[in-house]
Write a protein of this length. Structure first.
Ligand SMILES: NC(=O)C1=CN([C@@H]2O[C@H](COP(=O)(O)OP(=O)(O)OC[C@H]3O[C@@H](n4cnc5c(N)ncnc54)[C@H](OP(=O)(O)O)[C@@H]3O)[C@@H](O)[C@H]2O)C=CC1
Ligand SMILES: Nc1nc(O)c(N)c(N[C@@H]2O[C@H](COP(=O)(O)O)[C@@H](O)[C@H]2O)n1
Length: 224
């Protein structure tokens, strides 16, 4: 069993998630910020790769007081369970995600993570060990389902999302395309990694919704 998994990203009109320096940039506008807060508050868990934690130092907290209250009124923590995919347990101890706002944190590591790192991180997060070198994402999804997590929002970045597509673990894919060009061959995109080579392996999507969002457009796709 696996939870329902959806990706939400903001990308530039040329398909970039940030700059070649992998610096966090503002891509979407105010109305998208509010939409993202709503879908985050409606999720049981929110997942990012260690690359995003190191580049952006996000907190991944729910921002609106109303949405936080709605969560606590229905018996949930203010914030969804925050999950980091981090083979070696490199997450910095002072990362925002480990400190800001109440709620459970999980760091999914592989067997490569040192005991020292596991000891270092265990005061801040529950640890799931899955996979030999890289984190076994299918195994993590099963473990999440076993602890009652039904809906996972993936915030990025492109390396993690690529692996989730490759392993057919994504159900829906939402992108807010902003009205800027970032450019740069090595700037991250929505699905980096090795890429599919054969057309028959491409992930096929069905467009379920599109709407204007500020100066950009929000596209919602379902994986066929
Ligand atoms: N615009 C937007 O909406 C967003 C933009 N971003 C941007 O994306 C960039 C970060 O993305 P990126 O560098 O791709 O990093 P990711 O956040 O995708 O993290 C990737 C890392 O996760 C670890 N990992 C462990 N197991 C796996 C696995 N099975 N598959 C894939 N990864 C695994 C690897 O590190 P290890 O081997 O050490 O475990 C890997 O390098 C930043 O520039 C950030 O600003 C990020 C989120 C949203
Ligand atoms: N939805 C969206 N729009 C943008 O313009 C963005 N730059 C991002 N980036 C991601 O949002 C996360 C920030 O989380 P916190 O505010 O710290 O909770 C982070 O992962 C960014 O990469 N998203």
């Amino acid at each position: 069993m696996k939870p329902f998994v959806f990706v939400n990203l903001a990308m530039s009109a040329d398909g970039k998630l940030s700059t070649t320096e992998r610096r966090q940039v503002k891509i979407s506008g105010r109305s998208d910020f509010l939409r993202v807060d709503e879908i985050k508050a409606g999720s049981d868990a929110i997942m990012v790769g260690i690359g995003t934690v190191i580049a952006d130092d996000p907190s991944l907290t729910v921002k609106s007081e109303r949405l936080k209250k709605e969560r606590t009124d229905r018996g949930c923590d203010e914030n969804p369970v925050r999950i980091i995919i981090d083979s070696e347990g490199r997450t910095p101890e002072n990362a925002e995600i480990l400190h800001k706002g109440p709620g459970r944190r999980i760091i999914a590591v592989s067997e490569k993570a040192s005991d020292k790192n596991l000891e270092r991180l265990s005061p801040y997060a529950d640890i799931i060990v899955a996979g030999k070198d890289k984190v076994d994402l299918g195994g993590v999804m099963e473990a999440l389902s076993d602890i009652g997590i039904k809906k996972v929002m993936v915030e990025g970045g492109g390396t993690l999302i690529w692996s989730l597509f490759e392993e057919n673990l994504i159900d829906e894919f939402y992108t807010c395309i902003g009205s800027i060009i970032i450019g740069g061959q090595s700037a991250p995109t929505a699905a980096d990694g090795t890429g599919f080579i054969k057309e028959e392996n491409f992930t096929k999507l069905e467009l379920i919704d599109m709407e204007k969002a500020d100066d950009g457009v929000l596209l919602r796709w379902r994986v066929k």
